[in-house]
Design a binder for this molecule. Sequence first.
Ligand code: HEC
Length: 393
Amino acid sequence: MVDGRMLPNESSGSRPLTCWVVLCLLALLSPPDRTSAEEALSPEASILGGEALTLIRDNCISCHGGRKTKSGLKLTTREDLLKGGDEGRVVAPGKADESRLLANLHPDAEVHMPPKGQFTPEQIATIRDWINLGVPWVESALKIESAFLASPSLSALPESYRPALALALSPDETKLAASHGNALLIYDLTTTPPLLTHTLVSHADAIQSIAWSKNGKILASGGFARIVIRHIPATNVIAEITENIEGRVTALTFSDDGHQLFSSSGFVTQPARIKVWDTSNYTLAAGWDAHEDVITALLFDAVKGQLFSTSIDRMVKCWNVKSFEFISKFEGHTDYVLALAVNAKGELLATGGSDNQLKIWDIATGEQNLLAIEGDALHLAPVNRANKIGITD
Ligand code: HEC
């Protein structure tokens, strides 16, 4: 996630350009969208498969995807779907009306899915048509989730799996760090076009999170059960955290004084922990269960010295970083919350999510203003002092 903190010395003129650069880099870094199996699908199967799997990604995977799955049913591969759950098969390809998975979606279903939500008749029709067409599998539609869910075994990443899951702009905005599969790329943004200056590999699996220290001298990257700390500009590794850390490190941020590094880690469908590392020796200083599911972003607000977290459990929470106590929560997103930013005065919080909503919260009162946007807000960064916000999706 982009470290969306408002920077004291920023000029309003430079930021839109930087955002544009970030957008272009995102486009450059995106992995190939379609697998060869997908290429073989008919246009109809490909469209329907994409729609159906997007619905499953957004509404079902949080409970039917991780290492522990509800009812033993996993929906992350076609094989797992066809295998079914503890009660047996849930889908008969080509025969939607004999498929329990479809029956579960109806408003009056005995075992109703998703448990807290109702598919519209159109969405139910999509799933029905998809099953009748033989459940064509469009892997790329599950992409956001597969990033979180990729197997924890640390064998080499497949060549085709090179997602750009994390991006972070250096505080002086001259460098962009981006993940590309297991590589950490650093771009020099002072040249046109931006110049790739480093390709650093010290993770076996995909890098999920990146953070710069406020002074721009330390760069942290997180992958599976591991955080790597580098010195900048030399880029040498000064510490590796591999103890006391479980699951994927999905978000990282430094305190403003650089004395603390905050990380979040966990497994899909499991409580996610925030951990605090003392940066004098990178040992664990504190840790607590913060959300019911994967944390997507962390942000340290220097003005009030508090930490914000967002999660696929739909919550945004605020924490005291001295006592590590819960301060408040911001409730209102109806789907994964993916990104956040705080304005320079520390009064307003912006959050974006898979529900296509960008919300601006008054931090003191918890009141929200809503802006609907198109697409998921994956990264948020304030663009200038007038509280404008740049979005990449
Ligand atoms: C909040 C967690 C959660 C979400 C989200 C969720 N499920 Fe489930 N699912 C469960 C639980 C718990 C069970 C077991 C329920 C039971 O046996 O009473 C279950 C069971 C099932 C079953 C087996 C039911 C049976 O009759 O054996 C199917 C099929 C299923 N879910 C499909 C889905 C689909 C499709 C979605 C998305 C539209 C979804 N689930 C979303 C928690 C969830």
